[in-house]
Design a protein around this ligand. Sequence first.
Ligand code: SF4
Length: 376
Amino acid sequence: MLKKPTSAYVHIPFCTQICYYCDFSKVFIKNQPVDSYLQALIREFESYDIHHLRTLYIGGGTPTAISASQLDYLLTNLTKSLDLAELEEFTIEANPGDLTPEKIAVLKKSAVNRISLGVQTFNDKHLKQIGRSHNEQQIYDSIDALKQAGFDNISIDLIYALPGQTMEQVEENVAKALALDIPHLSLYSLILEHHTVFMNKMRRGRLNLPTEDLEAEMFDYIIAELEKNGFEHYEISNFTKPGMESRHNLMYWENDEYYGVGAGASGYVDGVRYRNRVPIQHYLKAVEEGNARLSEEHLTKEEMMEEEFFLGLRKKSGISKTKFETKFGLSFEERYGEIVSGLVADGLLQVEGDRIRMTKKGLFLGDNVAEQFILD
Ligand code: SF4
């Protein structure tokens, strides 16, 4: 029998604002059938007959955009059939402006033990510019309230290389993030996704984005400053105090399987990568009819190997040659020796014993390096 996944991702597609740079699957919450959506979501979750999870992650959208009682319904029903002693990490994403005392009380009595807060920047002007509705003070208020409620495992997301952002402003953001005294930080460079307000502005030449050189300088500064302050740069965009890595995200980068539940959610179960239906009305109807999936892809061995590179090389610890050989039954050296030597000569990869990992330069270029492992 195939081993069942021990991780699950649950998608809440509602937001109280629509940010200009956002390409996630989400809708403005007003007038949406939130209760019906949550019921359908639980129905889909239960269809997998899940009892043993190591990590559970609720993302969005904005999970905390729903009301306190809806949040209670969601958290209670997701965990009612689980053996909670096995659930190592249960994360929920939240936005600073949404965390009312009622919602924090619901989180506190639930099994949630990790909060990922969408801070993005501490600069009020930039927050407005990217379409966020919270302000700097609300960030501090939310972190204080969460700490008071006993949540120590808090992560924040920050975005750098924002339009018009200077190096000094990046330095200020990093200093303010460090002052929060939390164990985990994710830092993303602003990626201009299609179909966003930002992309349209960019096309019309109205976005003054930092040059690539300045962006690289910002990335270097962030890494150096965080490492100086006891953080480990364990994945391209993620930094952790010792032992506080996101176990759920590590699961993705280890290329493990997981359930994905909710409108537009992706999952990976029994060697099949699938994506659920969107928009919400289509998802509701599909769950009603007993199959939420829009598409399924049975991965070939080649595709699995490519994914192993794309995901594994994002981690600082890289890829183990032995693990790769055992998993795919081939000689690593024979198949990839030449490509690896080339990338090592270019200063993008380094080999240490059994492990192959990115250099600093390689990490900055990210997927461009992993692409070299795709054989035509
Ligand atoms: S960035 Fe987050 S809060 Fe903003 S629209 Fe996208 S999902 Fe919603």
